[in-house]
Design a protein around this ligand. Structure first.
Ligand code: FES
Length: 154
């Protein structure tokens, strides 16, 4: 894990001390450890001279910027219309059974978090899930379980 001040300074060097540095900083922190704390949001606000509410609003508006601790692998099943019609509910059910958690929860070993997300732009190949940055299209329940089992074995 990188010190949050190091990430902030790196991004400020690259993007300047302006608002345009906000997203890269938030993304950099989340990429490093999968979520961002309130304390870190305050540090970001201070560094860019923005209000805490502004920074918090940006972080929570983009649901990919997690403000609570997540598992090492964050699974996001697309919930938008095409994937919904293509059977995302069965995928979620299969993953809930395999991981023994409900949607929104993290496994006790902190390895997996199961979430839903909005359209990922793979609508013609639904149902789709993301595991961290990896896209898995054209899922069936069996396929989703097999993919997750590979991660369990890692
Ligand atoms: S509706 Fe699921 S990827 Fe677009």
């Amino acid at each position: 894990m990188t010190d949050v001040n190091v990430i902030i300074n790196e991004k400020i060097e690259k993007f300047g001390k302006e608002r345009q540095a906000l997203m890269p900083i938030l993304q950099g922190i989340v990429a490093d450890k999968n979520y961002i704390t309130e304390d870190e949001l305050l540090k970001v606000a201070e560094a860019l001279d923005l209000s805490a509410a502004d920074v918090y609003g940006t972080a929570t508006f983009y649901t990919f910027l997690d403000v609570v601790p997540r598992g090492k692998y964050v699974i996001r099943v697309c919930k938008t219309i095409s994937c919904h019609m293509a059977g995302k509910d069965e995928i979620i059910e299969a993953l809930e059974k395999t991981l023994k958690v409900k949607l929104g929860e993290t496994t006790p070993d902190k390895k997996f978090t199961l979430l839903q997300a909005n359209c990922m732009g793979w609508c013609h190949k639904g149902p789709v899930m993301l595991i961290n940055d990896e896209v898995y299209p054209e899922l069936t329940s069996e396929k989703a379980i097999a993919i997750v089992e590979e991660y369990i074995a890692k």
